[in-house]
Design a protein around this ligand. Sequence first.
Ligand code: GLN
Length: 312
Amino acid sequence: MREHVKSPWQEALPELLEQSRALSAQGKVADYIPQLALAPQHALGISIIDKDGRVTSAGDAGLSFTMQSISKVFTLILALMDHGERIFDKVGMEPTGDNFKSMLKLELVEPGKPFNPMINAGAIVISSLIRGDTPELKFERILQFIRRLAGDPSITYNHDVFLSESETANRNRSLAYFLKDNRILEGDVEQHLEVYFKHCAIEVNCEHVARMALIMACDGVDPATGEQLIPRLYVQIAKTFMVTCGMYNASGEFAIKVGLPAKSGVSGSIMAIRPGVAGICVVGPALNEKGNSLAGVHLLERLSQTYDWSMF
Ligand code: GLN
């Protein structure tokens, strides 16, 4: 542990963050889930945790937010731990180039099989594959897994956000029933959706997510204890999906400008991984037209340029 040694970005981080925060005025907080519209438009926070355990945070890093699509990375990993690569019989490995809620490719190409686990259709299928006899037990396993990776047993889900999404999810419901019709989704559709909405509503802060990202940056090992929490191969698969599909139809641009595996959520959060070095989480609720945090993406671009973070 070298917590007393300053991280290279500690001094510049608050200033860089404030410069990016200015962009939040141009973005739009997600409101298709009514509860998400309550998030503060101008908030911007970041936490970076390196493998020596140094935590560097700036801005509104203490803000609570729901994981939304960031949770898809961890349900993917849990489904892989439950079933291995057989899950790819039901969900593909290719980016779509479409919006995360899109139905287009479900019918166009390979009937019914979602292109990848990072889009909503794919993630709903993945939720259905999590082991557990009831939706409650499935969700409990997801929550325990998140708590373990984040190192905080008090993490839970935000019931209001869960209900708000569940009551308004016409699009996700249609995707799910379409998947059921194609026999990709088996069993009770509403129960699968319940698990999906709940894991999207798991409430965290930047430090929690940066810690989860750090474990991925360390190939599944918790650097504090040396314990292998995720098999290395599954981290590798998840990181690859993050590069190719993690920022939806902006993944190519993000790979060029930032060059790190990353996953965003409509709460304005972005989890990024600096392989072998650090876990990063940014939150800024105002989104760009692709559904990614406007100021958050800008801040990651600046940091990547300043500290030469791109892995390419
Ligand atoms: N719960 C959200 C939804 O299904 C997650 C989407 C996202 O974060 N992009 O619409």
